[in-house]
Write a protein that binds this ligand. Structure first.
Ligand SMILES: [Zn+2]
Length: 151
């Protein structure tokens, strides 16, 4: 995987299937267990500002932590965790000494229209994490393929 490449549908599908195949028939998607099984810690955190849904960081021990804003409602929390798991499985190359987190905002989460100020690479990255999250949470759905916006 190379995060500098445009993430394509094959990457998302392949990684989604690799993750979801361990939880076949389990609904709703056990999102916290999936994070735990991948070795990701999930924290409900006090995050300054209501506009941040959450972020994923790689700490200096190489451990990944998803922080979700305590103020999120349940569906925001679930989607944010699924989206951050998407960053974890698809975008590990992004994390290095200079750049150890990806932050997600309410107005841009699952909303490509509000990502005008993002670079093309960032837009592709966010779109891929959204697509991964939708597939993970709605495994029998093809709503994303039909281009229906969930936000
Ligand atoms: Zn994101």
């Amino acid at each position: 995987m190379n995060a500098n490449d445009q993430t394509n549908d094959i990457d998302v599908n392949t990684m989604y299937q690799a993750v979801r195949s361990k939880y076949i028939g389990i609904y709703p998607t056990p999102i916290l267990k999936i994070a735990f099984d991948l070795g990701i810690k999930v924290n409900r955190s006090n995050i300054d500002g209501d506009d941040i849904l959450g972020f994923i960081e790689k700490d200096n021990h190489g451990k990944f932590i998803i922080h979700v804003n305590k103020k999120n409602n349940e569906s925001e929390e679930t989607f944010t965790i699924a989206h951050e798991i998407g960053h974890f499985v698809l975008h590990q190359d992004v994390f290095n000494d200079d750049h150890n987190l990806i932050v997600d905002y309410k107005k841009t989460m699952n909303n490509q229209k509000n990502r005008d100020n993002y670079s093309e690479i960032e837009q592709n990255r966010e779109r891929a994490a959204d697509e991964f999250a939708v597939k993970l949470l709605l495994p029998d759905s093809n709503v994303f393929d039909k281009g229906i916006c969930l936000s």
